[in-house]
Design a protein around this ligand. Structure first.
Ligand code: G6P
Length: 607
């Protein structure tokens, strides 16, 4: 989704803005723009398409001079991607320039009202109303104007506002859209996320909803909507700058796939002490856990797929009923959630609009919310009762890999933690699981060793028009993720099916040569899945089978992928790796833009 960067300091702003925007490219966008103030005049450059177009147009920023400015990458919602719809948007007289992330829900009414007052609109965006509203309400004090604007607009926004009346400061505000403040030496920043400014500073403020920030070269002040100054805590981000760089890899996605063992170690190891799981960040007591009536897991996309795995794992280990739900459905289904329920929210970015709103619905009904989040200080983390962070580091590729894997590892930690408190496992079982969990990163490393076979399979099948993924229970949960990964980056139609369900309709799509990727890793259900594989091979499907080294699929499937043996609950962490790699190599064969697939955004801040 849209990305925002702002800079005030002693250096030329435009190159810094362009560099920051480049680091936000992964969020997804289709046009970009910058506004820089110079001698009291706002200079704007915008361009449809990739940032390179804007770079070329401004000769890498050198044609736009000035030491303060705002920049934006736009993911079109209101109005097609075009130069004119790109941000920043100017107010009628050119006094205000605005960049915006989010959606102004009452923009039609505001547009009509402003039009009746003589304002002329040149774009189709909802954002332009904000620029004109500033002008309409401005009576000489920008703080008063911003408070009025906040009062009038409905919806979500992160705003960066430049005014020709204020040549040494700019303002920003957020409500339900991400925005952070970067604190430098003689320079300060705003950004949609820290990766944009990590190169310049690690010290940040996380803004709360309705907080207004005024940034000058040597000073940053934060206010609430009553114009009272708010004392903010400075957070120091420990993400490594190199973690947000490609570092010699062709794509972020393959780099992040390879980083999974390291990310798993970082997430698991500090939470195991003296042979026990210690979750310092979780305040749930033994009594609280015993009193849980039901667990809801709410998330979007791949994070939801982690939730599907979690349902099987938590129910098996803790014997508490679990329901995994897609956040955009949960929030509007009038869910039967009470104060006796635990809602687990999973989100890499911690900013996904539907997930955040679903969390609020759960809280409003009295449920306790525990979130699994990768971004410290994000909106979901802030709104939760408990947070368990995944220590995956920044994930740049739109198609998630290491965030998915670390979320899974947190699910294992949490399930075992609760099982211990509930006494649903013997100490022998608990210890065995713990030993295996600690060995997971090494097993993932083993799967990653032989990447050649996945590249080979991709070269054989990249021209397929449709690919089916099948599996039972946990294998089904992983199939969902494998199918999504493939769709996201290779644009091949794909479906994931519970292996036993295929014959109730979908098997009619299987014909000679259809590729089916069958997961049969779980010991107990291996034979059952093999029967389902036979059903598709009888209809001349070509099958890639994914199983453990404990099983053989010879004479059953056309190609076998084997993963190491561990307890069934941990197998998703291993079986997902071949599916990630297969998707990656298929997309690479097709020459697609793997890290920034068409139409997709990394951080989805609109519903
Ligand atoms: C987008 C991303 C997915 C991600 C989903 C949820 O659709 O492309 O990779 O799984 O959002 O994002 P979250 O940040 O909440 O995990």
């Amino acid at each position: 989704m849209c990305g925002i960067v702002g800079y005030v300091g002693a250096k030329q702003a435009a190159p810094i803005l362009l560099d920051g925007l480049e680091r936000l490219e992964y969020r997804g966008y289709d046009s970009s723009g910058i506004a820089v103030i110079n001698n009291g005049i706002i200079d704007i450059e915008k361009a449809k398409g990739r940032l390179k177009v804007l770079r070329d147009k401004t000769e890498n920023g050198s044609t736009v001079s000035g030491t303060m400015g705002i920049g934006h990458t736009r993911w079109a919602t209101h109005g097609e991607p075009s130069d004119v719809n790109a941000h920043p948007h100017l107010s009628q007289s050119g006094r205000f320039a605005v960049v915006h992330n989010g959606i102004i829900e009452n923009y039609m009414a505001l547009r009509e009202r402003l039009t009746s007052k003589g304002f002329e609109f040149i774009s189709e965006t909802d954002t332009e109303v904000i620029a004109h509203l500033f002008e309409y309400y401005y009576k000489g004090d920008i703080m008063d104007a911003i408070i009025k604007v906040m009062d009038r607009v409905e919806g979500s926004y992160a705003l960066g506002v430049l005014s020709s009346d204020y040549p040494d400061q700019f303002v920003a505000v957020r409500k339900a859209s991400p925005l952070i403040v970067g604190l430098g030496e003689g320079e300060n920043f705003i950004a949609s996320d820290v990766t944009a400014i990590l190169k310049h500073t690690r010290n940040v403020y996380y803004l709360e909803d309705n907080e207004i920030v005024v940034l000058k070269k040597d000073e940053v002040k934060v206010y609430n909507a009553d114009k009272e100054e708010v004392k903010k805590e400075v957070f120091t981000v420990d993400w490594d700058v190199s973690a947000a760089e490609k570092g010699g890899y062709e794509h972020f996605m393959i780099k992040e796939i390879e980083e999974q063992p390291k990310a798993l170690r970082a997430t698991i190891s500090p939470r195991i002490k003296d042979g026990r799981i210690v979750l310092d960040d979780v305040s749930l007591t033994r009594e609280d856990i015993k009193n849980i009536n039901k667990i809801f897991i709410v998330a979007c996309g791949s994070a939801y797929h982690v939730g599907v795995v979690a349902k099987y794992v938590i129910e098996k280990l803790c014997r508490i009923p679990v329901e995994a739900q897609i956040a955009s459905e949960f929030r509007y289904c009038d869910p039967i959630v009470t104060s006796r329920d635990l809602v687990i929210v999973i989100s890499q970015s911690g900013e996904t609009a539907d997930t955040l709103e679903a969390l609020k619905v759960a809280k409003s009904r009295g449920a306790r919310v525990l979130s699994i989040v990768n971004v410290v200080g994000s909106a979901i983390a802030n709104a939760s009762d408990d947070v368990i962070y995944t220590w995956a580091g920044p994930e740049i590729a739109v198609a998630t890999t290491k965030a998915y894997s670390t979320q899974l590892s947190v699910v294992y930690l949490l399930a075992l933690y609760m099982a211990e408190k509930l006494g649903t496992l013997t100490s022998g079982q608990y210890n065995k699981y713990l030993t295996e969990l600690q060995a997971l990163p090494e097993l993932v490393e083993r799967v990653l060793e032989d990447k050649e076979q996945f590249a080979y399979l991709a070269s054989k099948f990249y021209n397929c028009h449709s690919i089916f993924f099948i599996g039972r229970n946990l294998d089904y949960a992983v199939s969902l993720e494998g199918s999504l990964k493939l769709k996201e980056i290779s644009y091949i139609h794909s479906e994931a099916y519970a292996a036993g369900e295929l014959k109730h309709g979908t098997i009619s799509l299987i014909e000679k040569g259809t590729l089916v990727i069958a997961l049969a890793t779980g010991g107990e259900l291996f034979d059952k899945t093999v029967s389902n594989i036979k059903e598709v091979t009888a209809r001349h499907a070509v099958v890639i089978g994914v199983t453990t080294t404990e099983h053989t699929m010879e004479n059953v499937v056309d190609h076998i992928i084997q993963i190491p043996v561990t307890s069934d609950i941990f197998l998703p962490s291993l079986s997902v790796i071949p599916l990630q790699l297969f998707s990656y190599y298929v997309a690479a064969q097709k020459g697609y833009d793997i890290d920034k697939p068409r139409n997709l955004a990394k951080s989805v801040t609109v519903e």
